[in-house]
Design a binder for this molecule. Sequence first.
Ligand code: NIG
Length: 387
Amino acid sequence: MRTATIITGISELTTNDEELGRLTGAALVFEGERITWVGPERRAPAADQRVDLGGRAVLPGWVDSHTHLVFAGDRTAEFTARMAGRPYTAGGIARTVRATRAATDEELAANLRAHLAEAAAQGTTCVETKTGYGLTVEDELRAARLAAAEADEVTYLGAHLVPPEREAADYLDTVCGPMLDAVAPHVSWCDVFCERGAFDAGQSRRVLLAARERGLGLRVHGNQLEPGPGVELAVELGAASVDHCTHLTEADVDALAASETVATLLPACDLSTRQPLPPARKLLDAGATVALATNCNPGSSYTSSMAFCVSTAVLQLGMSVEEAVRAATRGGATALGRDSGDGAVGVVRPGARADVQALDAPSAAWLAYRPGVPLTHRVWRAGRSLV
Ligand code: NIG
């Protein structure tokens, strides 16, 4: 028999639901993996057990829709050199590829699990992660299998870079052929790094079309280091998201606003690579759907903290607290196609997955008001208490 748990003592409940809105004096109930009731505490139904939060803010668990967690090795020296003035080029990816290929399955799985646990301890309850540090058929397949065993969503990123031992045209044949065939049963999404020095628009289109043929959803790494064709291509192909969006033209902003493609912003990466910050305000004012994610990886953005991304978005990107929290929860869910229906994430309403976090704070505003202070009090994922 399933146990019903009621959460009371909520000072402020962010639901991200159009009808429920932001509630005070509310309670919520979950049974098994689903939320079954949300409403005023005084009208709450009976439950088997009660958790009283003593006046703390509750919001959906973070949805981190962009990470690269199947990796081995360390790039501290590259980061330190960057902070001393050396520019970021994606060249360091090859270093992680070497370390990842050399690692055992057990080492990669343990590292992946450790990073997922680190994220969960900070309120993250739904995580996408990618392949992309293998870049051979065997290593990409291994990354896809390991990721599928641990993460909510897995993306194939064979088109991360052309590995040093391969020639571009020949490598693309592999990415669109035997590599795609091998990983397809284990992944839902395909991504491509569409950037000068990685893959151009024509090469990226080819990868994405091959993946679409295989029934995969699409996303694009675009406009990270300079203006480029990534956003345009993502919108043209109806990709679920285009991630980075650091260097956008007015036409890119308009195209995103007129599309269903989510603009996923990765401000921790921009800070760690000394790039400008993305034009979040322009995107929101134009009507684009915005997500915030960590881009946790050992090279360009080594943080699993969604709270850091939210506080940065508020303090430096001009987003309101409400916009930033929504982007880090429901925005990510939309980018992953998980924002509606039974078991939706990024939202607190009956039928949604019981992914909820309570802050050691009376209001979500404290995420930006007290930046850098660990505020996680409790975390439930699919109704199971993690913290
Ligand atoms: O999203 N842009 C390409 N891929 C990663 C970088 C990974 C790395 O530097 O290892 C990113 O930033």
